[in-house]
Design a protein around this ligand. Structure first.
Ligand code: SAH
Ligand code: F3S
Length: 468
């Protein structure tokens, strides 16, 4: 989005620019939270003319979109709220809202621990923010009235998507949430409790959003869901699975690359494997979390498959799409994990030869079944395992990056380079950032997809030159 352009929709009742309300949103956690934060800004722009600002000091409404997937993420919330408390002391009119998974889990308890918070809403009630703000405005009109705090962390099914304004594109790549929640109940994970069970958006609603984004210049769509390949969206009197949805999305004019995050091996049916053979727009990259290479640990995690099931699935996907880049999530130090279990994970990592991946030390989450398991593994051992796993993953991804040097890649231009004004940034199909010098004669940076020859592999990015 061009930040110089005033793109706030013209809505009656919106105050003039001098008195416009200013919103600051801070996002913790996953891509779904990023998507939700953008929707919060959209609804509040439409309802009250809120404009988004870049620093909390400038704002009169601060929203924190939280994550509770691991203990560290949760702690960050209270640190952040502590910092905002000082701003509120300086400006008592300042309103603070907390959304996302910590809000969902804590509800009213959050306000008791952090009384500076005025609004608590969950991932599925963010569309009700305007009504919450109205209720507070009405209360503020009454003389002597106490400040009104609002808490709404219910799961009103898929109602949210019916109440959101048309999304505004921000660049050539966009997230589109296609389902909410998760019904897998992996024994370590809070998501089913904080985001509720799986609910899919109807196909038409997703396609309308994709069309609108493509009309605004979006070329890459990332279909999002906590368990996205469990998607079963209504279409006519039937339902479509994720593979079918992908065919529809690929048909939208302008959409040239499709990704989806995050999928589960047990939901990876034949139709989705076939899509890799048939849908050119589907990126040659797949993030498919496996968590562990040990069958005993996978069983205690309630993942529903073995390490060999995963290997066989990857074999089929590789037949459908040769050369596909694979990434994964891993948890080390699950309760009762042994040295042999950990070695089995390393074995799987080498066998599959994963590219860039994420790995974490297990973090006990209150209310999940795994939190009740005995956990005799010392923290120091878990940390040593994590370091060993990460070193192996790093070696593998470095080899992939080195092998790209000298090749020509079709990359999607994403914006200016972060650290170098003379470069633009783009993303490769296997999800790497590549920084490319602007050609000397170019008056502006290129748009959409361009061909780039990779010249150098750096630790966290690539460099390349534009092919002419
Ligand atoms: N489907 C989700 C995955 C859940 S969260 C998604 O779309 O991202 C992302 C990753 O966090 C998981 O794959 C898992 O590796 C990790 N994770 C989840 N719960 C965890 C816990 N209790 N401790 C450590 N890591 C965890
Ligand atoms: Fe969590 Fe397992 Fe669902 S990791 S999001 S319960 S697939």
């Amino acid at each position: 989005m061009n930040k110089d352009v005033d793109d706030t929709p013209a809505v009656s009742g919106v105050p003039d620019p001098g008195t416009r309300r200013r919103l600051y949103v801070k996002t913790h956690g996953c891509q779904m939270n990023e998507y939700d934060s953008a929707r919060m800004a959209d609804v509040l722009a439409e309802s009250h003319g809120y404009v988004r600002v870049d620093s909390p000091e400038e704002a009169d409404l601060l929203l924190l979109n939280t994550c509770s997937i691991r203990e560290k993420a949760q702690e960050k919330v209270f640190h952040q709220l502590g910092r905002w408390k000082a701003l509120k002391r300086a400006n008592p009119q300042l309103r603070i809202g907390v959304g996302g998974c910590v809000a969902s889990q804590e509800g009213d308890a959050l306000r008791q621990r952090a009384p500076q918070v005025d609004l608590v809403f969950g991932p599925q009630t963010l569309h009700r923010l305007p009504a919450m703000i109205d209720a507070q405005d009405a209360r503020a009109q009454q003389p002597q009235a106490e400040r009104l705090s609002v808490v709404d962390v219910t799961f009103p099914e898929i109602e949210k998507f019916d109440h959101l304004p048309e999304p505004r594109a921000d660049g050539a790549s966009a997230f589109v949430s296609v389902m909410e929640g998760c019904s897998k109940y992996c024994s370590f994970c809070v998501v089913p409790y904080t985001r509720g069970e799986e609910v899919s958006r109807p196909v038409d609603s997703v396609i309308d959003e994709v069309r609108s984004l493509a009309g605004q210049g979006v070329r890459e769509v990332n279909l999002l869901g906590q368990n996205v390949n469990a998607y079963r969206g209504a279409i006519d009197d039937d339902t479509a699975d994720l593979a079918e949805l992908i065919y529809y999305v690929a048909d939208v004019p302008g959409v040239d690359r499709i990704r989806f995050t995050t999928s589960h091996p047990m939901e990876f049916g034949e139709s989705l494997v076939r899509a890799y053979a048939e849908v050119r727009e589907l990126a040659t990259h797949l993030h498919l979390p496996v968590q562990s290479g040990s069958d005993a640990v996978l069983a205690r995690m309630k993942r529903g498959h073995t390490a060999d099931d995963y290997r066989r699935l990857i074999d089929r996907i590789r037949v459908a799409r040769p050369g596909i880049a694979l990434s994964s999530d891993f948890i080390v130090g699950f309760p009762g994990e042994t040295e042999a279990d950990f070695r089995a994970t390393l074995e799987l990592v080498k066998d599959i030869n994963f590219d860039l991946s994420f790995s974490f030390v297990y973090s006990a989450r209150p209310g999940t079944p795994a939190a009740a398991l005995e956990d005799p593994v010392p923290e120091a051992e878990k940390k040593a395992w994590l370091a060993e796993l990460q070193a192996q993953l790093r070696r593998q991804s470095d080899v992939y990056a080195e092998a790209m040097v000298g090749t020509v890649q079709r990359v999607l231009v994403t914006g200016p380079a972060k650290k170098d004004d003379a470069c633009f940034a783009a993303r490769t199909e296997n999800n790497r950032v590549v920084n490319v010098p602007l050609p000397a004669d170019a008056s502006s940076r290129p748009d959409g997809f361009v061909d780039v020859r990779i010249t150098e592999a750096l630790p966290n990015s690539l460099r390349g030159v534009l092919c002419v």
